[in-house]
Design a protein around this ligand. Sequence first.
Ligand SMILES: *[C@@H]1O[C@H](CO)[C@@H](O)[C@H](O)[C@H]1NC(C)=O
Ligand SMILES: *[C@@H]1O[C@H](CO)[C@@H](O)[C@H](O)[C@H]1NC(C)=O
Ligand SMILES: *[C@@H]1O[C@H](CO)[C@@H](O)[C@H](O)[C@H]1NC(C)=O
Ligand SMILES: *[C@@H]1O[C@H](CO)[C@@H](O)[C@H](O)[C@H]1NC(C)=O
Length: 606
Amino acid sequence: MYRSGDTNNATKARPEKSSGTTSNFILNRSFQFLVVALSVAAFFLVRGPLGWQSNSSYVLCSPEGTQKIYTVDNANSRVQCILINDAVIIHTGSLAQVLQQWQNSSTRSKLTFKYYNAPPVRYIQPGAIVVPGLSDSHAHILEYGATLQLPLEGTKTVNETVARVRDYILSNADINSDKSKFVLGGGWDHTVWPSGAWPTAADLESDPIIRGRPVVLQSKDCHALWLSQTALESSFPFPDKVDGGLIVRDDFGNPTGMLLDNAQDLVRQPKLLEDDLLKRFNSAIQKAIEYGLTSIHDAGLDPTSLNFFEQEARRRTLPIRIYGMSYFDENGEYWGNTTTPLIATGDGRLTARSVKIFADGALRTGGAALYEPYADNPTTNGLMRLDTEVLFKYIPLFLRDGWQVNVHAIGDRANGLVVDAFQASLNGANVTALRPRLEHAQLMTKADMHRLGKLGGKAVIASVQPTHAISDMLFAEDRLGPERVKNLYAFRTLIESGARIALGSDAPVEDLNPLAGFYAAITRLSRGGESPHGADGWYVFWPACRMTIDPAYASFTETFLGSLEVGKRADFVVFSQDIMTAPVNRILATKVLATAVDGKLVYGAI
Ligand SMILES: *[C@@H]1O[C@H](CO)[C@@H](O)[C@H](O)[C@H]1NC(C)=O
Ligand SMILES: *[C@@H]1O[C@H](CO)[C@@H](O)[C@H](O)[C@H]1NC(C)=O
Ligand SMILES: *[C@@H]1O[C@H](CO)[C@@H](O)[C@H](O)[C@H]1NC(C)=O
Ligand SMILES: *[C@@H]1O[C@H](CO)[C@@H](O)[C@H](O)[C@H]1NC(C)=O
């Protein structure tokens, strides 16, 4: 549980000076020395080298005469200062106002005035702004961390990708010296390579350094795995067919080294070691705080990752908040009433109270389930990854047992079926207490968008990823045709129909940087300022002001996160420039100067 409010704690008395004898004094001094030495040691042991701030009360201000703290309250107010005490915001306003309020609320300091000290004031630099800590409503922390070990993003050819794998092997002695060790990487995207074809095991085998090693490489959209021959063979035998998945085969029926959607589960690889997980976690979290993220909704925990997060949360204070969705395997046992949701364990930083169900695949790989065939491949409508009955059976059970239900749905048919299942499950229920989520909600018919909005006022959430829109804009119209594409990423229609939207990145599928999502959402332009509709952007919409409060709502934390208001936790970010007013082509040049969680800096300096 969270420590409650603590709003009247501003009066913590300062310790009185010791007035003992000399020997007492020396004893005290050496004792104090010991305490200080131990604290310093503990500080470095527990906090690591990041140097978290240790003052419990301070005022955070923009320079005199400016109001550069965006509170994201209902009125969208800006203020000059917020006063933070023990991780909680207790006053907001001008510097004079917050100091006056501090003094007024410090009844004890009035009685014993000599102990009254104004809290230190920290000013952000001119031009900078403060916004509530950013939240990524849909990302995959350890998978993202994995791609940071052997990143394959941005390669322009198969050969360049293969060369990166080779260089990684050569530069990691433990892997290079042990041919049986799995080489894991991710982020490749064949749709931008000249051939546009799926890569094959043979491509990997053509390199003498790679040949004979088990290699498993995840695609950028996480819906395909590219395997070396050794990794393939260690996973044989394969079934002829996989429900909701595909084993890509050559003319002779032999697997080529590409497994799509559910077929990815066929890969047998050694269990990840604690050390691998820690490496992935640390690199992902380091990036997150550098980007100003104070909270990530992890969109697919399995027992290994959940155990790992729990263990980390017990062992130390997590640098940021993690909100987990546990993956439900529809072929496995129902666990909603045998597992207890985790709520704010580990100093309030870890929650895992959602279930994630996959309805279909992805648009890029042609796995999204559509009502009508793909425009560029009329032989297929894509695929549902599960039997529709599963949705109608398990959604009400999970809701009954206290879980938030978050369903991955990309194609219009998948989204329509999930809305059907939500509708059937929510009949007469308190939707505000349940807050089901559509994860992605990429392509929806107008009728389904309206139905979604009517399911419970603003209680149902569409968790969307604006960067997908600008990544997909180049091929989406080919795949969907000129009419259907208008319902793709139609965030404005979703909002207008009454649904609430929460922004995420889907990292590692896209860049984790929340500013990339912000830029994509408000411009619908590529990083170079282009779109299929020219420099005015591709079906623009403008959500910016609710960017932090809606993800908080989507994770049941809006009463203490998501805005910088009195009584809320002091999670905030300092940006080098005002992203609300900067010319859009300058937004991506914004720097994160500092990131704070519970009032303590986890990154940067003020
Ligand atoms: C705490 O505040 C004092 C001023 O009251 C300041 O001198 C000191 O540097 C601050 N410590 C940290 C860790 O910020
Ligand atoms: C890619 O690598 C293969 C094998 O090393 C080579 O035969 C081929 O010419 C290369 N292709 C390009 C475009 O460089
Ligand atoms: C859990 O729920 C299922 C489905 O309603 C039910 O069959 C099962 O008996 C329940 N198990 C427990 C331990 O309550
Ligand atoms: C519905 O749930 C919300 C949130 O838990 C609660 O505040 C509200 O009182 C509930 N409404 C009804 C009618 O029970």
